[in-house]
Design a protein around this ligand. Sequence first.
Ligand SMILES: NC(=O)c1ccc[n+]([C@@H]2O[C@H](COP(=O)([O-])OP(=O)(O)OC[C@H]3O[C@@H](n4cnc5c(N)ncnc54)[C@H](OP(=O)(O)O)[C@@H]3O)[C@@H](O)[C@H]2O)c1
Ligand SMILES: *[C@@H]1O[C@H](CO)[C@@H](O)[C@H](O)[C@H]1NC(C)=O
Ligand SMILES: *[C@@H]1O[C@H](CO)[C@@H](O)[C@H](O)[C@H]1NC(C)=O
Length: 376
Amino acid sequence: MANYALLAVGVGVIGILTFAVPMLLAEVFPWQLIRRQHFGRPTMTTKSYKGRTVLITGANGAYGSRAAKLFAHRDVETLVLVDVRDCATVKEEIEKELRESGKTVMPNIVIWQADIMTFAGCQEIGKKAREQLKALDHVLLTAGILAFDCRQSPEGWETTIQVNFLSTALVALLLLPLLKPSPGNPNPPVLTFVTSFGIYPAAPSMWSLPKDGGSYLKSLNNTENGMKQAQQYGMKQAQQYGISKGLLLYFTRELAKRVSVSGDMRKVTINSADPGSAWTPLTQPNGQMLIPRLIMNFSSRDPQFGAIALVNGASASEDAHGKILHDFDTASYPPFMERKTGRQAQKRVWEEARKEFEAKVPEVKAVYRLLTTTRD
Ligand SMILES: NC(=O)c1ccc[n+]([C@@H]2O[C@H](COP(=O)([O-])OP(=O)(O)OC[C@H]3O[C@@H](n4cnc5c(N)ncnc54)[C@H](OP(=O)(O)O)[C@@H]3O)[C@@H](O)[C@H]2O)c1
Ligand SMILES: *[C@@H]1O[C@H](CO)[C@@H](O)[C@H](O)[C@H]1NC(C)=O
Ligand SMILES: *[C@@H]1O[C@H](CO)[C@@H](O)[C@H](O)[C@H]1NC(C)=O
């Protein structure tokens, strides 16, 4: 009798190990993904950006500044550096590097200082782009934060959700009609969002829509309740960060879909790129907390590689439309986004963000109009 019980337990344990654990890991911690990036050594896929215009947000940051330099070294004509901080130093570094390597120093490094903690900051970027840019070939949206306490933005959202999701999405919408290839660029222009592995561990918070039919965004805006213990290990912050990137990924996939069917939109490639992890000012506070530090140690690499992956993402051809790009391949969307509830959540994210933007940012209405006329 005891032998049968033991056998049953054994079979149960083996069952859990072979089926349940891998399934759970695929949902919340597909470690192979970050391990592959840890060892990945991508190289640049585009030889020359001659004549083209590139805009980078977060251009003062670890990934953004490196990406800017990569474009500069490959003959880009106009480089627009956008950040909450003044990018004068990045500009000087680029000029110095070009001089030292005997290349012509490009005359058009433009600096736009803008704070996307508010919608007004996003509107400023849109306005400058409308007034100053004749073409826009590549947009790389790297601006982002990992906030360590739940604070409220001037727009009334938790700051991570504000910067990483809402404002990033708004900047994309405002730039969308301006994406236009410069003469000589044979490919459609590309708009690239920066995504992150951080979505996976935060995914369970995003699985279900509020039962009372209330706002999905509001339910995810502040997940403070019952999170005290997680906070101790730095998981609370990771959670809020992952949620913001998850919302952005939903938005991106819906935007890509709508751009494809819009009759009034010029051809644009919309995608996400995942740089993999690196110790940067953004991730540096993870060093103080055990679990995040261990995960970083398991996944991080020199930020130069992530920057190359991002530049390649923003240089992708049209077959990358709607895809997530890693170093050498496209990655699949997280499993929860592929489920029926994920499709429903995506619609909610799109609609609720639209409501928020249209209430506060009048000029975005024209962009939504472009996106709602369907191609026959
Ligand atoms: N590092 C990683 O392991 C990793 C992994 C996956 C994805 N990512 C993503 O990669 C992107 C770049 O991250 P990073 O590691 O390079 O971090 P970073 O060095 O902190 O770069 C982010 C940049 O965005 C700027 N920014 C922050 N808030 C802003 C605001 N309100 N308005 C305008 N600009 C603002 C930052 O300025 P301040 O310095 O003043 O804050 C900084 O220059 C982020 O989207 C991040 O989520 C990073
Ligand atoms: C979002 O969360 C912030 C920070 O916790 C809070 O102050 C704000 O009231 C919340 N906003 C909404 C719309 O729920
Ligand atoms: C990462 O791992 C190495 C050894 O593999 C160790 O020396 C180092 O202290 C670790 N770093 C952090 C931040 O935990």
